[in-house]
Design a protein around this ligand. Structure first.
Ligand code: NAP
Ligand code: GLV
Ligand code: GLV
Length: 318
């Protein structure tokens, strides 16, 4: 059995796979694998561990001769053509739950950083401008008593809301289904997306990227945001009309925004780089040592389960 890993990931994955007698090839580069190399190197693999930076489209899938499983090293799997994989009998798996807390923590870090102008403050001090305490220096937004709108109350959205409750923040949410337990534990109230955008002081995005959520926050929806509101996106860049949002940030039509994800990653719109009222992170939502190691373990175990003829742990297309 052969498994191809498209990038170096924590060694636990390699250890678990080789212990089962599986031959492992790792594409050892600091850059995402190019499509033509993926096609060349994964062609005869029985299993693949892919990253969210790899577009596993029909061209790639067509080239695979014996692949039974693609274990995506991420919870989001919008980089894989699931329908095509399913048609070929390839099981796709992801890494849910284990990255929920790390991603919710990072979402909260962005929210706090924007509300309290943490990055601006750091730059201000390093630039030598701090000449003493001032009554009106870098005033931010108080979080207590404000309303947080969670768009997509799934695993991460709910974990963000739980953290917000400890800050005295009120929660509204929109999701495809009602979440009675979540409402009970956090006092969250369900609303439609438009109502949520009109009522929230902070909006945080947690829906997966798919054909229904692509451009979910288009110009019309963004226009509903309150003045002085904050938008945080740790989901996927394409969920928001980024150009329109940049225009609003430029005009200070909202207070600020926190980004971990972008349209056309890793390219970042140059105008964003100039804005003071944004905090920009390089897609590190699940980036803790503990979580990345747990993701490697889960991805490897999913591959092993399938190659041993057993049920995958976290399939997305069974
Ligand atoms: P999840 O548990 O599947 O949650 C997604 C939620 O979105 C579900 O509650 C779902 O509602 C809701 N939803 C789906 N389509 C919707 C729509 N059209 N309108 C409103 N709600 C909708 O996923 P998760 O584990 O929380 O992860 C969410 C996403 O975060 C991932 O897909 C990934 O893109 C992103 N992510 C980013 C990072 C990072 O590094 N920045 C890390 C991890 C994840 P139902 O429950 O009713 O179906
Ligand atoms: C990261 O973006 C993930 O989907 O796990
Ligand atoms: C600030 O440092 C304060 O003591 O209020």
């Amino acid at each position: 059995m052969k498994v191809f890993i498209t990038r170096s990931i924590p060694s636990i994955a390699y250890e678990l796979l080789t212990k089962e007698g599986i031959e492992v090839t790792v594409y050892d580069s600091d850059k995402p694998i190019r499509k033509r190399d993926l096609i060349k190197l994964a062609r005869d693999a029985d299993g693949i561990i892919s990253l969210l930076t790899d577009s596993v489209d029909s061209v790639v899938l067509n080239s695979l001769s014996s692949c039974k499983v693609i274990a995506n090293y991420a919870v989001g799997y919008n980089n894989i053509d699931i329908e095509n994989a399913s048609a070929r009998g390839i099981i796709v798996t992801n890494t849910p739950d284990i990255l929920t807390d790390s991603t919710a923590d990072l979402t909260f870090a962005l929210m706090l950083a924007v509300a309290r102008r943490v990055v601006e403050g750091d730059k201000y001090l390093r630039s030598g401008f701090f000449t003493g305490w001032k009554p009106e220096l870098l005033l931010g937004i108080e979080l207590k008593g404000k309303t947080l709108g969670i768009v997509g109350a799934g695993r991460i959205g709910r974990a963000v809301a739980e953290r917000a409750v400890a800050f005295g923040i009120n929660i509204i949410y929109c999701s495809t289904s009602r979440k009675p337990d979540f409402e009970k534990s956090t006092g969250a109230v369900k609303a439609g997306l438009s109502t949520l955008l009109k009522k929230s002081d902070i909006v945080s995005l947690h829906v997966p990227l798919n054909s229904k959520t692509n451009n979910l926050l288009d110009a019309d929806k963004l226009s509903l945001l309150k003045p002085d509101s904050i938008l945080v996106n740790t989901a996927r860049g394409e969920i928001v009309d980024e150009k329109c949002l940049i225009g609003m940030l430029k005009k200070k039509r909202i207070f600020g925004a926190g980004f971990d994800v972008y349209v056309n990653e890793p390219k970042v719109n140059k105008q964003l780089l100039k804005l003071q009222n944004t905090v920009l992170l390089p897609h590190i939502g699940s980036g803790t040592t503990e979580t990345r190691s747990a993701m490697a373990e889960l991805a490897a175990k999913n591959v092993i389960q399938i190659l041993m003829g057993k049920k995958p742990i976290t399939p997305v297309n069974l």
